[in-house]
Design a protein around this ligand. Structure first.
Ligand code: F6R
Ligand code: MG
Ligand code: MG
Length: 368
């Protein structure tokens, strides 16, 4: 346990949808607030904010226990269990969906199903952070915006003109198939970096660090549900914490990548490409063709560990064009129906219907 730093832990899970996978019932949010409120009373948390992105329950917590702390992970897990019980009581859809296996004997939630992004920091004067959350997409969906925020001068003016950023950043990239990690330096290594993170299903940006001061700048959840469960079981719907201002990208530089709706995997049945739509929390209800995939961004000022906020950062007309473009792109993609490239390649679909169909057609295939 550390006492000096503030730790931000964002832990999320889908524990039941309302209606279908489109959104969340208020009762789950209330239950989670009660659980975390108790923990705050007990002194385990300094502060918390409970929210949702689509059908995903998001626990944003501040404390002094450091990252990967068993008490904090245990609190998140028991909160998800309590909320699952509420979901069961209302017969909500797919209750307990992401609670795949119990936390490790050590009590950590990693590998159990929920997504985890945590960072410990020494609060600056005016510590500004943004928590990004997505629904109907996979871990790895933050690769493109993180690259733009921290390495693309066409996105982030500060890389060129802000002295604290000019040196560049370190990118910690995880290979989630081989369980290996590597650190790339930018701008020196950007071509090598892009070769890997351009394949976000396998190579995921776990964290970004400032070269100046060697401080943590961003951290994302990289849990792949399909790899945990050994089969496809819903989407990861990842989260990410980004520090802003001064030696970090300005708030507007962190949000700028979302002004253009890039394509992600996770539309309908986790088996289609769709554009990522930046929305206010109240509009994070993926409904059309169970989408399009959504991203929300909540901004906070940290004050002695207290979460001052949130401000709902995409609740702004300057993202109207991105939302409009999303709908146009969704229309365009939808016209492909069951054809690639709207539908994912066979090996990447959440649904593994092919072997069943193949079995049924066994006797009808003939040699050419
Ligand atoms: C996509 C998603 C939904 C579901 C779809 C079918 O990530 O969550 O599109 O895949 O509604 O849901 P099930 O399989 O639960 O009937
Ligand atoms: Mg769901
Ligand atoms: Mg979800």
């Amino acid at each position: 346990m550390t006492t000096e730093g503030t730790t931000l832990s964002v832990i999320k899970a889908d524990v039941g949808g309302f209606v279908g996978h489109s959104s969340m019932h208020e009762a789950l949010l209330e239950e989670a607030k009660e659980c975390l409120g108790d923990a705050e009373q007990r002194g385990l948390l300094i502060d918390f904010h409970v929210t949702r992105c689509g059908d995903d329950l998001e626990l944003i917590m501040s404390h002094r226990r450091g990252v990967a702390n068993t008490e904090i992970h245990g609190l998140a897990w028991s909160t998800f269990e309590e909320c699952t019980a509420v979901a069961e009581g209302l017969n909500l859809y797919s209750s307990g969906q992401d609670l795949i296996r119990a936390p490790s004997p050590g009590g950590l939630i990693r590998g159990a199903g929920p997504g985890v992004a945590e960072m410990e920091l020494v609060e600056r004067k005016g510590e500004t952070v943004i928590v990004l959350m997505a629904d109907k997409t996979s871990a790895g969906a933050w690769n493109l915006p993180l690259y733009k925020m921290f390495a693309d001068p066409f996105n982030t003016a500060g890389l060129v003109i802000a002295p604290g950023m000019h040196e560049g950043f370190w990118f910690e990239v995880h290979d989630v198939k081989e369980h290996k990690k590597i650190v790339f330096e930018t701008p020196e290594d950007i071509y090598d970096l892009l070769l890997f993170i351009g394949a976000p299903g396998r190579y995921l940006i776990k964290a970004v660090y400032c070269k100046v001061g060697k401080e943590i700048a961003a951290v994302s959840s990289t849990e792949r549900l399909s790899l945990i469960a050994g089969r496809n079981v819903g989407k990861d719907d990842p989260v990410c914490i980004v520090r802003c201002q001064e030696q970090f990208p300005a708030v507007g530089e962190v949000l700028e990548p979302f002004s253009w709706p890039y394509l992600v995997q996770g539309f309908m049945r986790g088996s289609h490409w769709g554009p990522l739509m930046p929305v206010a929390v109240r509009e994070s209800n993926p409904t059309r063709f169970d989408g399009p995939p959504r991203a929300v961004a909540l901004g906070f000022q940290l004050s002695n560990g207290r979460l001052i906020g949130p401000r709902d950062m995409f609740d702004d007309p300057s993202f109207d064009e991105a939302r409009h473009m999303c709908n146009t792109v969704a229309d365009y993609l939808r016209r492909h129906g069951p054809f690639e490239p709207h539908r994912l390649p066979l090996g990447e679909m959440e649904y593994t219907t092919l072997p069943l169909v193949m079995e049924g057609l066994k006797g009808r295939w003939e040699d050419l």
